[in-house]
Design a protein around this ligand. Sequence first.
Ligand code: GLN
Length: 486
Amino acid sequence: MSDLIFQSIASATKALKNKEISATELTAASLARIDATEDALGAFLSVYPEDALKRAAELDAQGFDPSKPLWGIPISVKDALATKNMTTSAASKIIENFIPPYSAYVVEQLEAAGAIILGKNNMDEFAMGSTCENSAYKSTQNPWNLKCVPGGSSGGSAAAVAACQSFASLGSDTGGSIRQPASLCGLVGLKPTYGRVSRYGLLAYASSLDQVGPFARTVEDCALMLSVIAGHDERDSTSSPRANEIFHDASNWKKDLKGVTLGLPKEFFENQSMNPEVAKVCQNTIDEAQKLGATIKSVSMPHLPYSIAAYYIIASAEASSNLARYDGVRYGHRSAQPKNLEELYNSSRTEGFGEEVQRRILLGTYVLSAGYYDAYYRKAAQVRRLIREDYENALKECDALIAPVSPIVAWNKGSVTDPLQMYQMDIFTLSLNLAGLPGLAIPVGMAENMPVGMQILGSAFEESKILSIGQCITEHLGTNGQYAKL
Ligand code: GLN
């Protein structure tokens, strides 16, 4: 097995270009790594070795193409993204074995860039969860400690990259599902600005919050993935019309943080649930950023504590509407021999959806119902605006904000069973989606022998700026490119 699989996309591309390795050999090495680790890890719902090798052979026959930035690079994709000829279930029984007739925009973009898609990563059912334990099929283990969760909902996408089964992956972030698993698995993960990346072909959870984004082991690789998947797509009405940018041009990146003001939202740091060891690693990161020349400024975001309530009302409301299409009639699971139409809907959805998804549908339907809409949904929408204003005010005074991602490191599987306690874990990530802004999770150190991440939060469409800050900090801390020695 080639050692290249433990390195960055940038290094592998150099080797492919110089013909030190072929796309077929690199793909075979990634597949061998999957074979060796997947029983322990459970990061994939499906792997397509033959298709991947066939595609690699085709690329080899054509020869290295420098215009394709992911030429010959093995990548994996969250099961919430439609892939032509590959099953796409969003880890739900309701569309078990579904093979979409088309691929998501981001998957098309990966393929056009020369990537080799190995298979589909495990996740919480319909992206609802924070641990990957809500998958209808299997749980995924954290490659740094197999007893622990990898985070969620894009836990499989994170575990695969942290264990070097793939070079990078795609996930989706509705309330933290890229940043939180990236943080718990010691990776770089980016939630782009709402509208930066097309949602065409992403199985919808909460459409006003969902964004697709990359996981990678280095900031540069993460930026490269963003360059590939971003851009206008007329099939998503919320896709931004702005022209695509190149995010991975390292020559634009700063070597230090002189002249950069980083805001510390005090409500994030005063949070009572913060583990003291994690807090210490975060404080050390802030001290190091200051040594790199950054000006640190305390800012206040007074509505942050309301983000959990507002998020779970809005996300559940949208989910209840989006998931209404799985009715047992048009496609997906249909209950056997229902007595009438009512029972067809009822039993198909009861059998097809897991407990957490049903909880969200019930909650969402309730907050949207005529008698409660004003008390819950409308109020949550108002709180959402206040949270967005908090971000705007804080970012007026700063280049970016820096904050923890998770109050604790990856926890033991099965140890959090109360849904409300689970929702509390999302306190640091949810507000960014309510505001529609970009956030980059970066690895910043270890606590209790597990990785700790922090997030750099920026103004709309300022991904380049947060990537540059993230690069500077991770290079300085020596955390860029780390992986789990599984
Ligand atoms: N944990 C949050 C939820 O369960 C966020 C999930 C996500 O970003 N998809 O809704």
